[in-house]
Design a protein around this ligand. Structure first.
Ligand code: SF4
Length: 358
């Protein structure tokens, strides 16, 4: 069968269309007749949320929020590897339409970009925000208002980008926002470089975990991410804890994400990201139906041009071998956009579609 560029676009439209055509209320049911509620509402109902905020804030005095474990007193203005102050610095808050389809839905993912970062990758695609800390310092109450604003304009979730170093502020702001009516899921969108013990503090608060798994090799992690040789070990343990808390990707009847773990893996040139080891690990340590997004969009950013092995984009072949490995190890829930891209190139690889435009 001939598979043309038009077919490819049609498939994308159908993917989005299944969401766009539906105008069901935002809180549809999970299928068991129970109306969906955000995890943090239950925690507040059990009178446990305030204590969790207090516990989290205490960590600022001897900051151990991430595996760097700097031990600085951020309450007194000291800063660690992430260079973050004790108050959140925010670069922007707006609906985002470039995330995974189940997060974007019809109205977008309500994304809040936090400045600074604990991982500090030399190929960072958000380097003005993550490395240079550009943004505006705000109070937790302001952060709560941003969450409520994003909900008011119809976003399907609150997508917290690079939240690790401001987790206590996020917990406090979420509780303030809950009291004013916040009712959409929290998406914890991060590099994956987390301490499992700290992730435990998020149990019953975060509905959707969206971690990266950037490397499987400690030497590569150290080389490209400021000496973080424990990245593979910490990230694997953290993801297992996230999976314990929220399980697999769950959507409502419109296909909009409500809960679960969604793992992102950016394919890098010259197999730097250790993609085969990554998919094998997922297949062995987690359910094979875990949502995995194998991403082809690596580009040379920040200081990546100083490292010849990553100073280029990936090839089609590198992306296809990554997807082939995912099949080989039996992963069954790959991101639909990646699958559509793979199918397109597969058809081209097998000669079923011409290389010229139609
Ligand atoms: S959050 Fe920042 S200060 Fe705290 S341990 Fe991590 S890098 Fe260090």
């Amino acid at each position: 069968m001939k598979f043309t560029r038009r077919d490819f676009i049609k498939r994308f439209l159908l993917l989005g269309g299944s969401l766009l055509l539906s105008r069901l209320p935002i809180h549809a049911e999970e299928g068991r007749g129970e109306p969906w509620r955000p995890a943090f509402e239950k925690l507040e109902g059990e009178d446990k949320f305030a204590q969790r905020v207090e516990q989290a804030y205490a960590i600022f005095e001897n900051c151990q929020l991430c595996p760097r474990q700097c031990g600085v007193n951020r309450q007194k203005g000291e800063t660690g590897v992430c260079r973050a102050p004790v108050k959140p610095v925010i670069f922007g808050a707006h609906p985002h339409f470039g995330e995974e389809v189940s997060l974007v839905g019809m109205n977008g993912s309500g994304t809040i970009f936090f400045s600074n970062c604990n991982l500090r990758c030399i190929f960072c695609q958000n380097w003005p925000i993550a490395h240079e800390g550009r943004g505006k310092e705000v109070e937790d109450e302001d952060l709560a208002e941003m969450m409520l604003y994003l909900q008011r304009i119809g976003c399907h979730n609150i997508n917290l980008v690079t939240p690790t170093h401001v987790m206590p502020n996020i917990l406090n702001a979420t509780r303030i926002a809950l009291k004013k009516g916040l009712q959409i899921p929290l998406v914890y969108n991060k590099s994956g470089y987390e301490r499992p013990d700290i992730v435990k503090l998020l149990d019953g608060i975060v509905d959707i975990y969206l971690p990266d798994m950037k490397y499987t090799d400690p030497d590569q992690a150290a080389k490209y991410s400021a000496g973080a040789s424990d990245y593979p070990e910490m990230t694997k343990k953290a993801i297992i804890e996230m999976n314990r808390q929220v399980g697999e990707h769950l959507t409502d009847r419109r296909g909009i994400a409500l809960r679960g773990v969604m793992i992102r893996h950016l394919v890098m040139p010259n197999r730097v990201a250790g993609t085969e080891q990554f998919v094998r690990w997922v297949a062995e340590a987690l359910p094979k139906s875990t949502y995995v997004n194998i991403m082809p969009q690596y580009r040379v950013e920040y200081r990546a041009f100083e490292y010849p092995e990553i100073a280029r984009g990936i090839t089609v072949q590198e992306f296809l071998e990554a997807m082939d490995w995912a099949d080989k190890y039996g992963l069954t829930n790959l991101d639909p956009k990646s699958v559509a891209v793979r199918d397109f190139y597969d058809q081209r690889r097998s000669g079923k579609i011409p290389h010229e435009t139609d």
